[in-house]
Design a protein around this ligand. Structure first.
Ligand SMILES: NC(=O)c1ccc[n+]([C@@H]2O[C@H](COP(=O)([O-])OP(=O)(O)OC[C@H]3O[C@@H](n4cnc5c(N)ncnc54)[C@H](O)[C@@H]3O)[C@@H](O)[C@H]2O)c1
Ligand SMILES: [Zn+2]
Length: 246
């Protein structure tokens, strides 16, 4: 299966954990939905951070350490190549926090769930900053900048946790792109079940606008009928030959 791009096609790509699987980053499902016996919701939520910041930092420090030596795969590179062809008629929206799209060279990129290699203060509004540190167990880093107000804020990973809202500008940029594309919209979901918001929403918008939707995924999702075309298989295998330019 291929996705044919006409000179006026606008391509919106949404990626999930599956696109990084072949780089060696486990999907939550690969891990059985658990980390050291905790459900991910128990370590990746604002409530968990209030209850036990040390546990949350141990989880993210492990994920940071786990990224050492991990590089983008052929699927990430294929998306860079198609972006070079389409320019502003391309937008990549990722649910991943691993930074592999940027490492591959993607530029028109919305990281809607944040980035594992950035931290921000849980208390003051200093901008998020690059932080690749895997903190030792028992260490929860402090802000330092908001100390003068009486007590220092805990740093937290710059990640959108379960129960938190996707940043407004991320959604706005994506919606503006879809509206601009209209019936020329081609929506492709890669390595994500496509069943949950926002992926499920994008598919419906594509239909409403008169565009077309595609899914590249290892397994067939329950909502397979929502997509116009589905290619089942590994993203790194399928994407390099997926795009055909008219
Ligand atoms: N790399 C990362 O940054 C990372 C890793 C784990 C989870 N997360 C995030 O956590 C949330 C839930 O994660 P999840 O793992 O349940 O994700 P998910 O719901 O996005 O599921 C992963 C999907 O990828 C598919 N898949 C697995 N290997 C694939 C491959 N090689 N090629 C194509 N498709 C493949 C699976 O069939 C599954 O449908 C998402 O926001 C996800 O992006 C991010
Ligand atoms: Zn602060």
């Amino acid at each position: 299966m291929t996705l044919r791009l006409e000179p006026d096609s606008h391509l919106l790509v949404l990626t999930g954990a599956g696109i990084s699987a072949e780089s060696g980053v486990p999907t939550f499902r690969d891990a059985g939905g658990l980390w050291e016996g905790y459900r991910f919701e128990e370590v990746a939520s604002p409530t968990a951070f209030v209850r036990d910041p040390l546990l949350v930092w141990r989880f993210y420090s492990m994920r940071r350490a786990g990224m050492r030596g991990i590089v983008p795969n052929a699927a990430h590179h294929a998306l860079v190549e198609v972006e070079r062809r389409l320019g502003d008629r391309f937008l990549l929206v990722t649910q991943n926090v691993d930074g592999l799209h940027r490492a591959a060279g993607s530029e028109r990129l919305v990281e809607m769930h944040g980035n594992l290699m950035r931290s921000r203060c849980s208390r003051c509004d200093r901008p998020a900053f690059e932080d690749t540190t895997a903190y030792a167990p028992g260490v929860a880093p402090m802000c330092g900048r908001c100390k003068q107000a009486g007590y220092d804020g805990l740093l937290r990973p710059d990640i959108v946790w379960f129960g938190e809202a996707i940043p407004h500008d991320a959604m706005e940029r994506t919606e503006a792109f879809m509206q601009r594309a209209g019936a020329h919209l081609r929506f492709l979901a890669v390595g994500t079940s496509g069943m949950v918001y926002p992926a499920a929403g994008f598919v419906n918008v594509a239909r409403t606008l008169g565009g077309r939707s595609f899914l590249v995924n290892k397994e067939a999702p329950d909502n397979i009928a929502a997509f116009d075309e589905v290619a089942l298989g590994a993203a790194a295998h399928l994407l390099p030959t997926f795009f055909v330019h008219a």
